[in-house]
Ligand binder design. Structure first.
Ligand code: ADP
Ligand code: MG
Length: 375
């Protein structure tokens, strides 16, 4: 089947330009940020570029360490970071180490790695770092000092093996929640990263507004640090080409008119193009597949998952905007001007809404509009 829904793909359609740009920048050591809304294909571009670059890499998603409302499991994040850096560079020592398929706890992985690292790397600084992370981590103690040291680890190992490594942190904005553990987390990162010669950093994230704040405010640590790549939806022609190719490959006949309808409905979002493709191939009827989409279990769980991250005020503003067809001005979005502004601000920070010309606001993901406008 051409269409797949859910996991990122290592073979994204029509992203060759983004991928080759990213590879060039990674090889050259330029820090990069990939910014775009949820389900636009950032992780897929990242994964494809990392694989194709042939560089050793670490890919870690800050989203995996969220716990509860605004909590962050910093001990697990730090253990994952150290484990993954070691796992990606340790083969250069001539030793192998196999990671279990399903990792339950990175603290445990780190414990398993310690013995191997003592023999294969034989660097006291590295085993020392692991020992102290294990000791403090298992007791639930503060690990902020160890974070600085962990950030030096990739450079240290890359130098030892005389290679370059890429560190990619996906959904980077969620590190904001790690500020409970390390209040100056972004300052600490910047201060270490900027002097490293052998590590290329890539971050990506969907909270478009929040990332912009981190990167483009003068008083922020990452001000003018990253080369920013915006990941956009497919244009109409690319969407149609993607659908045509898919139906053709899978041997399903769909008219040009129906292809146009699908492309218009999902407006260039790869995840939704894939989902509709699957539904059409299973159910046969395009009209029915589209009209049932806002009630599809996959759509419900994806969009509800997003909405849960928002405050009730932001949710209410988003719903009003959806009822207006996805675009509107603040005066149409609620009685209380102040709370509308507050809602819009959160929606922009989290990457659900964009401000267009002349005070018009727009929902970025068309499926959010379809979903909310029938409820
Ligand atoms: N260029 C593409 N071609 C085909 N499928 C894609 C493409 N980009 C993304 N997808 C699919 O869309 C979904 C969302 O992609 P993902 O990379 O996870 O997006 P993001 O990281 O921006 O949330 C995944 O199922 C992925 O396989
Ligand atoms: Mg992603």
């Amino acid at each position: 089947m051409w269409f797949t829904y859910g996991p990122p793909t290592e073979n994204p359609f029509d992203r060759d330009e983004e991928i080759s740009t990213l590879i060039k920048l990674m090889r050259g050591g330029q820090p990069v940020s990939l910014v775009g809304p949820r389900r636009i294909g950032k992780t897929s571009i990242l994964l494809a570029s990392l694989k194709k670059s042939n560089l050793p890499y670490v890919l870690i998603s800050a989203e995996d360490f969220l716990k509860g409302e605004k909590g962050f499991n910093f001990t697990e994040f730090l253990s994952a970071y150290v484990s993954k850096v070691i796992l990606s560079l340790h083969p250069f020592s001539g030793y192998a180490f196999k990671l279990e398929e399903k990792v339950k706890s990175y603290l445990k992985v780190l414990r398993d790695l310690l013995g191997a690292v003592k023999i294969s790397l034989n660097i006291p600084e590295v085993s020392g770092l692991i020992e102290v992370v294990l000791d403090k981590g298992e007791k639930g103690k503060d690990l902020s000092e160890e974070f600085s040291r962990a950030l030096e680890l990739p450079e240290l190992l890359a130098e030892k093996f005389n290679i370059r490594i890429v560190i990619a942190i996906d959904e980077f904005q969620y590190l904001n929640f790690a500020k409970q553990a390390v209040p100056e987390i972004f300052h600490v990162m910047r201060s270490k990263w900027q002097f490293q010669k052998r590590v290329s950093y890539v971050i990506s994230g969907s909270a478009v507004g929040m990332l912009k704040e981190i990167m483009s405010s003068k008083n922020q640590p990452f001000y003018q640090y990253f080369y920013s790549i915006r990941v956009n939806p497919f244009n109409r022609e690319t969407s149609k080409e993607f659908l045509r190719k898919g139906f053709e490959t899978d041997g399903v006949k769909v008219s040009e008119e129906d292809i146009e309808k699908i492309a218009e409905y999902v407006d260039g979002f790869p995840a939704w193009l894939n989902l509709v493709g699957i539904k059409v191939e299973l159910e046969g009827e395009v009209e029915k597949a589209l009209s049932s989409l806002p009630f599809d279990d996959n759509v419900i769980s994806a969009i509800e998952g997003d909405l849960n991250k928002l405050s009730p005020t932001a949710r209410s503003v988003l719903r009003k905007l959806a009822k207006l067809g996805g675009t509107g001005s603040p005066k149409d979005l609620g009685e209380n001007e102040w709370s509308v502004q507050r809602g819009l601000k959160q929606l922009i920070r989290y990457g659900y809404v964009e401000r267009e010309e002349r005070g018009i606001y727009k929902i970025i993901d068309p499926m959010v509009t379809h979903y909310l406008s029938v409820r």
